[in-house]
Each structure stands twice: as C-alpha cells, then as structure tokens.
Design a protein around this ligand. Sequence first.
Ligand SMILES: [Zn+2]
Ligand SMILES: [Zn+2]
Length: 321
Amino acid sequence: MKSVVLESAGNVKIEDIEELGDIPEGYVKIKVQSVGICGSDVHYYLHGKIGDFVLRKPMILGHETGGILESGSASIKRGSVVAVEPGIPCGKCIYCRTGRYNLCPDMRFFATPPVDGSMVEHIVHPEEFVYSADGLTPDEASLAEPLSVGVYAARMAHLGPDSDVLINGSGPVGILTAFAAESYGANVTVVDINPERIEYAGECGFSSCINNKVSGQFDTVFECSGYGHEYSIHRTARGGDLFLIGMGEEEGINPLMASIGGINIHGIFRYVNTYPEAIRIIKRYRNRLAPFLRKHIDVDELPGYLADGEYEKYLKTIVRI
Ligand SMILES: [Zn+2]
Ligand SMILES: [Zn+2]
C-alpha cells in the first residue's frame, strides 16, 4: 500500500509498503482518506528534527487524519467517517492516571520519531482513540486534530460569555483556537503581524487586525504564533491569563511585565479528551471553516509540493491518500 515516507531531511518519497496483517484485539482498521499537512510535518521535512525528537530512521509523515472505518469496531458502523486521535498514551504513568495523558512521557504519537504517521492507505489504531464523525467529510474530520489544541486551551481557560479573548497568530492553530473560544461564548479578537495571514481570520468571521492596531488589554490571551511572547505579555491584563500554544521560541524575552502584572502563564501541549467536542464544533461552524478546506492535493503530488514550498500559500493543505 502507498505511504509517504520521510527518508531524511529534505527527502520525502512515495513508497509501497506491506499491507497490514491481523487486527489486534481492541484495535480498528481505517482506510485513510484525508491528512492535513501540519507545521510539524513541514519542520521534520525541512530540518529532520523538532527539539529532542530527531529523525534517525525513515518515518511515515502525517497526524491530522480523517478516514473511513473498515473493520473491528463494536460501536462505530463500518463505512462511517472517522477522526483519528494520533497519540497513544501508556495509560499507567502518573500523568495518564490523573487525566493528563498529553504529558505522558511514553506517548506514541503519529509522525513523531520514531513513530510512523498516517499518510498511508490503511492504519490500525486503538478503538478508544477513533471517533465517529458521521455527517462530516473526511477532509473536515481531519481538522479535529488541530482544533483539539484550541478546544483544550479554551477549556483550560474556563472561558464563558463574559470573556474577552485576544489570539496572537492567525495561522491554523490561532484561528481554530478562535473557533473553540467562540464556541464557549467568548468575544474573540485575532491579531497577526502578517497582513496576508490576518485576512484568513477575517474570512473565518473573526474581528481581526494587525498587531499594533489592537488597543487595550485582555483577561485571556492565547499566544499561537510562537514568536510573540513579549507582545502577548504586554497585551494581558493585570491578573490575567496567558496561554502559550505556539511552538516557536523567542529570544531575549523580558518577563518583568508578567511579574509586575501578576500574570498567570500556562503552557499548553496537545490535548486531552477533546475529539467529540472538536467534531461538534466543526459541524457547527462548517461554513466558516471554508478557508481550511480550500486546498487539497493528491498524495503523489506531495514530494514536489513540499520541495516547492507551495504549502506556504494556503492556510491548510489536505493530502488525499
Ligand atoms: Zn499538527
Ligand atoms: Zn502515561
């Protein structure tokens, strides 16, 4: 069966790999249809590593997965559209046992070395991490993964109708976090330094502007750009909450304003039990999510598409397997 294998930095190939054997007890078989390209896939393609995760042997890319259930499930009908949660935690450590499996040190997560991802025709996966997304297309179902990050952040922020939220970063994670925050009733503003990117937030129906045009401070700020930490500290009201979601790094941050302002800074990594909620949010906002569903390519086009850097021109690219 066809798969997308990252051999080494800058070298990705379509490879024919062996079909799957028997399905283990508790696992289901899925025909993968749609896999979104994530910033992390691009980062592994360009650099061969993210932090301590280093590509040491060839790895299948992809973790934002929508597909069709083929067999093995007691609760989901064959032929249903499903969304696949890409991380399998150990279930035994103190984090798993206290409901924070996103922090499990033994997590096996798609397309995080050495674990293979989902850009392959079939996968088998534990049934508990496969969710019915009937009524959605597989492309839409693939958005449940990046949206989950926003759902988890919105939940940790205890948002409600009286929340005024600023989101710094108008990329996929920033805008999907905006949808999650709005679903909790929050009043949301999205900012970015890039005039082209900020248009996506406007297209998705959010009040949006270039960073320096926003005034006032916000009780809750979600830093989704990865490069605006100090800016985000300055935009957080006294005693407010700043959530670090973007995976970049900023050098030479001056944290003085955070300590003087009594700002609570929270790190957000992945998510916990978010898929059913993410799927409901996609159903509710499906028309406004159009900019995420605009660009799809056939899997055979992917090596050239990555080499040309074409993905930079779109908010999200979905690979059809
Ligand atoms: Zn991702
Ligand atoms: Zn664990």
